[in-house]
Design a protein around this ligand. Structure first.
Ligand code: SF4
Ligand code: SF4
Length: 88
């Protein structure tokens, strides 16, 4: 069961794949079939069930295009939770 979730801002993603590379859970993919309005490859949160809300993807994104949310209770949604903490 997912322990968190992320939201990828499609307006700011540039398809660099850093989030894909650094997500240890394999939650994010760049399928190559989805594009931003500006024509960049788009990252997709394709395995939300694996997400633990660690926030690493958001820290790595040079476009600040990812918000990560960590659940306290199973079954929560991002609306219930504050954003993941920034690294010290
Ligand atoms: S790191 Fe950011 S800009 Fe790069 S693919 Fe992921 S969401 Fe898009
Ligand atoms: S918050 Fe962590 S587990 Fe979830 S997608 Fe981002 S890097 Fe992967």
């Amino acid at each position: 069961m997912a322990k968190g979730e992320i939201v990828i801002d499609e307006k700011h993603c540039r398809g660099c794949a850093l989030c894909v590379e650094f997500c240890a859970k394999g939650c994010i993919e760049i399928p190559g079939t989805k594009f931003t309005a500006e024509g960049y490859l788009l990252a997709v949160f394709s395995h939300p069930e694996k997400c633990n809300g660690c926030g690493v993807c958001g820290w790595m994104c040079p476009q600040f295009a990812i918000e990560a949310f960590k659940y306290v209770q199973p079954g929560e949604s991002k609306e219930d939770r504050p954003k993941a903490e920034e690294p010290a």
